[in-house]
Design a protein around this ligand. Structure first.
Ligand code: ATP
Ligand code: MG
Length: 583
């Protein structure tokens, strides 16, 4: 490609709306263009990267025997009614009607369509297992689209689905996908780690998320230095440490606590440490009021809470909703709650002796409250607390460490959740019918691209790993008026292309400084600079973007040298990169 013909525009300034480096650099390098909130165009250079990541994914999926197909983005509501998700999927699901008033949706994921297809085409055990995938657009009307293509509304996902006879078969498919994911993310040059994960709204149990390690990651990972344990904070278990154990139950005391709305205010006024208080939080879960109890110094993990409740939409109740539950905001408590309000408590709460809590009435709190004495009711007890750094490892007891990660992929065991609902069954050797046992496996292609930039950049711009770079090498002749030099550059450009190296020739009528700055920003792994010296010494410079190394190479050897460097840089990306495989 000749750069003079390339459709691209780089920006000198950092766009104000971009909070994280990958978003800033993707905009500054002109890789993406915003069309609307959370909706982007990939420009030619950005699209080349996306296609390369897709190619790596395809090779690894095909390598595991997965077959590629292509499903639609617009799905009829009936199919989603069969699975039950039409009724319960929240506002992330983009719903619409056609001219006949029939309901449709934009696919956020494809379990329904694939399962309904398999139920028609696969009848016998002889046709199993099946492993199919696609690389397709998804639409999720995210509550907070942000960080560019990292969390957008329309995005490209690789989604793969496995269909097996039984759990054993599912485990084999799951392992195959885990293996493919290790290869994919290593080849993309990512430092990543698979961690045990929550299976979310898709359902099923048994799941791992593949996390690209990054400070800007939205996911928190708890991991242990002493053993292999690693899990997202969405599922990492909290060991209950109850307080007051062994004490006699004391009389309940009502205390006047004006202007004490927080646990800290109260702890100060009453001289009660936060771990001896119970926080009462009011939520609305799918429109129903829920009261949540947790030790005062802990935080609620809303994903765990959502899983406990089995709800789709969860949010804090507003002041009016709290009052409708019969309590004053800031002074909520479990004693005397109306029976129709569901009470969920963290595992520690029923074990606590003589704890403090709100009274329900404005300006009052209660001391020496005890669930074990029957002072209040709990409907569900579950682990709903957020794990914090330093908490005990549930496997070996050592203190857990915290890292942040970008979820670039996830693999789930779905078991028979969808096959049962949609009737995807097969007949075995004896003529008996069984539900197919399913798994599903996603990778965010655009998010992977953004994660690569987060891990590979410097003050000047992007540093693409060789495997995903939009062009592998750029040739920069420094003087476009020097015919001999331009002819040499052209010769090299042709030769490299013939030898399969993706080459960009910067033939623009620009100053060398502009060309170098653009090259650094766009992040091509190798740069050949043909300057004045070429005339005098017959030498050109080959510069490695990542290390800054510069080699002086005779013109006649340039193509060989570039090819060798490319091979070497590709080879470095094949070995597992980040943490050791631990699935
Ligand atoms: P998240 O928790 O980040 O919202 P998810 O768990 O809902 O993601 P999955 O259903 O597991 O996402 O989708 C598979 C992959 O698709 C994710 O691992 C991620 O890489 C990508 N992905 C999901 N949502 C988005 C989004 N809004 N923008 C870009 N990529 C996304
Ligand atoms: Mg996920």
């Amino acid at each position: 490609m000749r750069m003079s013909r390339l459709l691209f525009a780089t920006l000198r300034e950092t766009p104000a709306e971009a909070e994280i480096v990958s978003h800033q650099l993707m905009l500054r390098a002109g890789l993406i263009h915003k069309v609307s909130m959370g909706i982007y165009t990939y420009m030619p250079l950005g699209y080349r990267v996306l296609k390369k990541i897709e190619r790596i994914i395809r090779e690894e999926m095909d390598g595991q025997g997965a077959q590629e197909l292509f499903m639609p983005v617009v799905h009829p509501a009936e199919l989603w009614m069969e699975s039950g998700r039409w009724q319960v999927y929240g506002k992330e699901l983009m719903r619409m009607q056609d001219r006949h008033g029939r309901d449709y949706l934009l696919a956020p994921t494809h379990e329904e369509v694939i399962t309904s297809m398999l139920r028609q085409d696969v009848r016998s055990y002889k046709q199993l297992p099946q492993l199919v995938y696609q690389i397709q657009t998804k639409f999720r009307d995210e509550r907070r689209p942000r960080f560019g293509v990292m969390r957008c509304r329309e995005f490209v996902m690789k989604d793969c689905y496995s269909f097996d006879r039984d759990e054993e078969g599912l485990s084999v498919s799951y392992e195959k996908m885990a293996h493919a994911y290790h290869n994919i993310f290593s080849r993309c040059g990512l430092h990543y780690r698979p961690v045990a994960a929550d299976s979310g709204a898709i359902g099923g149990s048994g799941s791992h998320e593949f996390m690209a390690l990054s400070e800007v990651g939205e996911s928190a990972i708890l991991f242990c230095h002493s053993c292999d344990y690693a899990a997202t904070d969405e599922i990492a278990a909290v060991e209950p440490v109850p307080t007051g154990v062994g004490e006699e139950f004391r009389e309940i005391e009502t205390v006047w606590t004006p202007d004490c709305k927080t646990v800290e205010d109260l702890a100060r006024l009453l001289k009660v440490p936060a771990e001896r208080t119970v926080k009462t939080l009011c939520y609305m879960a799918d429109g129903q009021p829920v009261v949540v109890l947790i030790r005062g110094d802990r935080q609620v993990n809303e994903i765990k809470l959502q899983n406990t409740l089995g709800c789709y939409e969860l949010g804090f109740a507003n002041d009016d909703e709290v009052r409708a539950m019969g309590m004053e905001p800031g002074y909520c408590g479990p004693v005397g709650l109306r029976s129709e309000i569901k009470v969920v408590a963290d595992r520690e709460v029923p074990l606590m002796v003589n704890h403090e809590c709100g009274d329900g009435r404005k300006d009052y709190h209660l001391l020496n409250v005890n669930y074990q004495r029957g002072d209040y009711r709990i409907d569900v007890t579950a682990d709903i607390a957020l794990v914090e750094k330093g908490a005990k490892c549930p496997v070996c007891g050592a203190p857990l460490d915290l890292a942040r990660g970008i979820e670039v992929g996830q693999i789930f065991k779905l078991h028979t959740k969808y096959s049962e609902k949609l009737g995807a069954r097969y007949v075995d050797e004896n003529g008996d019918e069984h539900d197919m046992v399913m798994g599903c496996y996603g990778i965010g292609v655009g998010r992977t691209m953004a994660a690569i930039i987060e891990q590979h950049h410097d003050a000047h711009g992007i540093i693409w790993p060789m495997s995903v770079a939009p062009f592998e090498v750029e040739i920069v002749p420094v003087n476009d008026k020097d015919d001999w030099l331009m002819a040499e550059a052209e010769k090299l450009y042709r030769e490299l292309q013939q030898r399969g190296v993706e080459t960009l020739l910067d033939d623009r009528k620009e100053r060398p400084g502009v060309k170098f700055n653009d090259g650094d920003l766009l992040g091509f792994p190798l740069r050949v600079v043909m300057g004045k010296k070429c005339h005098e010494t017959g030498l050109a410079e080959v510069k490695v973007r990542a290390s800054g190394e510069v080699f002086e190479v005779p013109l006649a050897d340039l193509a060989d040298r570039v090819c060798a460097l490319k091979q070497q840089m590709m080879a470095e990306l094949t070995a597992p990169y980040g943490w050791e495989a631990d699935i």
